[in-house]
Design a protein around this ligand. Structure first.
Ligand code: CO
Length: 638
């Protein structure tokens, strides 16, 4: 049932890197680096260098696709530590273009995490601080190495790789360590120097009393569950998967997994009366930020860029039929790179299936006593990623009426603090269990939406409603109207949601009109979403400036992909959107990219403990005059 692309020979320029390509490229990089590829060197990620739009458009099936892969990695140069390497390998010519990362660092790799844990556990100061807290059995201590943010401890020199390590105590290997956080202790690990550079110790708080096990065997009793629900498609699925190309009910697109951007839809178009009309050239997560609002020294520095720092795409789960996905599923695999340059295969990383979605449209006509009703169905393209204590699911939904939806699912285990009786600081960290508090925080996801709406000449308008003052033309005072204005430049297009005004943003192609004479359009309907709450002067606001506005618009540039820049790990900030938009470029009647930040401000509840029921956020893209009428009128009745 599963389709495997891993070992296939790429035939399209957007086909993801194959295992053979990855291994050939890493061999070429090692050869180029010669002696500087030492024992401590490692690869963090590999991504296809997606050809620029013009090249993609002129590609014809059967041609040999040009292939370039880009690798990020580290090699710990001895005398002059820097951010590691950023290398592009041309697989046709065998050429390696290598640059050193001057600002920021290559992302966190598996070896970093392993080494940070080892270094912290071996540190005599850390051991003494644990013993003082009555913790002697270090084997069952779980250490979570957090990114050191853009400002590692001052005792760690610039150019060194670094982590902040916090600890949890497990009863045994299978326990949920988050139930028992070691309060007050942070080990600042200098990975480059291989030592704990500074031990931050704010004093002892006893471990919370209760276990936080969430597996079925640990529950006092299990309810009688619902009866089995089988989803079968006796005549088969109604979509096709050809390599990474997918087609379903007029929709056509390609899909891939990118190490930073996760699940990517490429070249999404809708076949309308025989014509394939492009909508989105590329749509994916660009970057994300999880900032904590608690003033507690255990949490106030926490803000993780899980896409660029942790390579969220490479944290993709191997999905399980019947658990993660229900029904008739087609899977695609993902190829990542191991630190040593060999390929790592994630089986079943992308799940594609159809879902019934209730009613699409309906009317009962009382005069004729007739009812017309059509059922809604959606194509779901999804992946799920584990990043430390959290899980993130990304779900692209394509609908029969031309709507496109992104739904992010958040689950996993919340961050925690141990607190003394009566010392709960509920405004910053509500209690979720006895002596266990969970800090307030946000999850903000910036999606990059590269529109090609019926071509590359696109503009974006902000539309919202406004009440009309009562007067001669509005005698009943009931009037309200649509106000629409062009967002002509990058600075004009830095916008935030306003639900009270039904604010939305509409992408149009001024060169193509619908039958009513208006430009064809698609609108971005934001959900009930916050933006970054931290102060503009804060370090997190500098590192994740993208999250300060729900909308940014930029002209398309092939190298402007990651909203916080290409090397956000240990980067003090300023890269990406804030840097690109300083020139206030025009975004009118040109090839434009929308950057939409959505998310949730998470105020933890007892019900979020010990594992959090899925919470969602997302957005909807709806055709507005893209079609001449309801495009699903032609859907046959069941
Ligand atoms: Co949360």
């Amino acid at each position: 049932m599963a389709q495997t692309t891993a070992s296939n020979v790429p035939i399209h320029p957007l086909d993801p890197p194959s295992a053979a390509e990855v291994e050939r490229a890493t061999a070429l990089i090692k050869e180029t680096m010669g002696k500087s590829w030492g024992e401590r060197a490692g690869f963090c990620s590999v991504a296809l260098v997606e050809p620029a739009k013009a090249a993609l458009k002129s590609f014809a099936a059967g041609e040999s696709p040009g292939r370039q892969l880009r690798f990020l990695g580290y090699d710990y140069p001895v005398d002059d530590p820097d951010g590691g390497f950023d290398a592009t390998v041309d697989l046709t010519s065998g050429e390696v273009a290598m640059s050193r990362i001057a600002k920021g660092q290559a992302p966190i790799g598996g070896a970093d995490v392993f080494n940070a844990i080892r270094i912290a556990k071996q540190d005599s100061g850390w051991q003494a601080a644990m013993r003082r807290r009555g913790i002697e059995d270090f084997e069952h201590v779980q250490i979570d190495p957090w990114p050191a943010s853009g400002y590692p401890h001052p005792s760690i020199p610039r150019g060194h790789r670094a982590h902040r390590c916090i600890s949890f105590v497990r009863e045994d290997k299978t326990d949920n360590g988050y139930a028992r956080p070691v309060q007050g202790l942070i080990a600042h690990v200098d990975l480059t120097a291989g030592r704990v550079a500074h031990l931050e110790d704010h004093g002892d708080v006893p471990l919370p009393p209760e276990s936080g096990r969430y597996d079925a065997a640990s529950q006092p009793r299990l309810r009688e569950g619902p009866k089995p629900l089988s989803i079968t498609q006796p005549e088969g699925i109604s979509f096709t998967v050809d390599g990474n190309a997918v087609a379903w009910q007029n929709w056509e697109f390609r899909v891939s997994l990118h190490p930073i951007n996760g699940l990517v839809l490429h070249q999404l178009g809708y076949r309308d009366a025989g014509e394939l009309r492009p909508i989105l050239h590329r749509a994916a997560l660009s970057e994300m930020i999880v900032p904590y609002g608690d003033t507690d020294p255990m949490h106030r520095w926490k803000h993780v860029l899980d896409a660029g720092e942790a390579s969220i795409g490479n944290c993709a789960n191997s999905l399980m039929l019947g658990c993660d996905c229900l029904g008739e599923i087609r899977y695609l695999d993902h190829v990542a790179v191991k630190p040593d340059g060999t390929a790592r295969l994630v089986k079943n990383a992308i799940c594609i299936h159809e879902e019934d979605r209730g009613i699409l449209w309906k009317h009962h006509d009382g005069h004729s006593q007739t009812t017309e009703v059509r059922r809604s169905r959606r194509l779901v393209v999804s992946s799920f990623h584990t990043v430390g204590n959290y899980e993130y699911g990304f779900y692209w939904h394509l609908y029969l009426d031309g709507s496109i939806e992104m739904e992010v699912k958040l689950t996993g285990i919340v961050g925690v603090s141990a607190v003394l009786d009566g010392e709960e600081r509920a405004e910053f960290a509500p209690l979720v269990a006895p002596n266990l508090a969970s800090p307030v925080h946000q999850h903000l996801f910036c999606f990059r939406l590269d529109f090609d709406l019926d071509g590359e000449t696109n503009s974006v308008y902000e539309a919202e409603t406004e009440a009309v003052p009562a007067g001669e033309s509005n005698p009943d005072g009931t009037a309200f109207r649509i106000r629409s204005r062009l967002l002509a430049s990058e600075k004009q297009a830095m916008r935030n949601v306003d639900a009270a005004r039904s604010r939305c943003w509409k992408v149009v192609n001024p060169e193509r009109r619908n039958r009513l004479g208006n430009p064809v359009g698609y609108r971005l309907l934001p959900g009930a979403t916050p933006a970054l709450l931290a102060e503009a002067s804060s370090k997190v606001a500098a590192r994740a400036a993208f999250a300060r506005h729900n909308l940014w618009v930029t002209p398309y540039r092939p190298d402007e992909i990651c909203a916080a820049g290409d090397h956000p790990n240990l980067n003090p900030g300023g890269d990406g959107l804030p840097a690109w938009t300083t020139g206030d470029r025009s975004v009118e009647a040109t090839d434009i990219v929308l950057w939409h930040t959505v998310g949730s401000t998470h105020l933890p509840r007892p019900e979020d403990w010990p594992v959090m029921p899925v919470e969602t956020c997302g957005f909807l893209l709806q055709p507005v005059g893209f079609f001449d009428r309801n495009p699903a009128l032609d859907l046959p009745p069941h």
